[in-house]
Design a protein around this ligand. Structure first.
Ligand code: CA
Length: 222
């Protein structure tokens, strides 16, 4: 899951980024509305966390423009405690959820899980189950036939992305964009290496390679 964090308070943004990365999200951070609008048009994003009080463009205007171009991209608004009017306007403009500052990280994580469920529509509570494989997006545990499987951070993130997009082929470029944030080092074959390692831990035919295109987990899989 890749998040664009739009927040001009650097200390808050750093804290949020660290906490979200601890929950295995990939986070790109921008501090202005202008940069946010550029990034939503070019990056592979799953969720936007958008502060309303930005230095250049009002967050509500940013929200409006995001929703005009990317109606299905979930946006979670961060609002100030006293701005009921902002919340109402935000929801009218298509915000998918909001949190009032200051908020508890655990509440943010729960809201994000809810938003990702809404966008993928394949999960019940926090679990995605395909065939014998079960991935829990809350505990980050993966099991096969009821037995826990140990995965690295990137392996988990790759598997989650593929399972959330069941039946939809994911290109290597798109997977790279979803799994790495700006500044991360990526070796040219990193996705292939992670898929190779995942295959050793999962049922053999769980991940299908579409030659020259990418990878997919099919609807009916063993
Ligand atoms: Ca702000």
């Amino acid at each position: 899951m890749k998040i664009l964090l739009v927040e001009d308070n650097k200390a808050l943004a750093n804290g949020l980024k660290k906490a979200l990365e601890g929950e295995l999200y990939v986070v790109n951070w921008v501090s202005t509305g202008h940069d946010a609008l550029l990034v939503v048009d070019t990056d592979e994003l799953d969720i936007v966390i958008l502060d309303i009080g930005l230095p250049d463009i009002n967050g509500l205007e940013v929200l409006k423009r995001i929703k005009t171009q990317h109606i299905y991209l979930p946006v979670l608004l961060l609002t100030a405690r006293d701005s009921v009017e902002d919340k109402v306007k935000g929801l009218d403009l298509g915000a998918d959820d909001y949190l009032t500052k200051p908020f508890d990280m655990l509440e943010l994580f729960a809201r994000l899980r809810m938003l990702s469920r809404r966008s993928t529509a394949v999960t019940t509570d926090s679990k995605i189950v395909i065939g014998k494989v079960c991935l829990d997006t809350a505990s980050h545990q993966v099991s096969c036939n009821g037995e826990m499987i140990k995965l690295s951070r990137r392996e988990y993130m790759l598997l989650q992305t593929l399972m959330e997009n069941k039946g939809r082929v994911q290109s290597r470029d798109s997977l790279e964009a979803k799994l790495y944030s700006w500044g991360d080092e990526i070796s040219s074959n990193s996705i292939q290496v992670h898929v190779h390692n995942l295959r050793k831990k999962l049922p053999p035919s769980f991940i299908t390679t579409i030659r020259g295109v990418g990878y997919v987990i099919k609807e009916n899989t063993d």
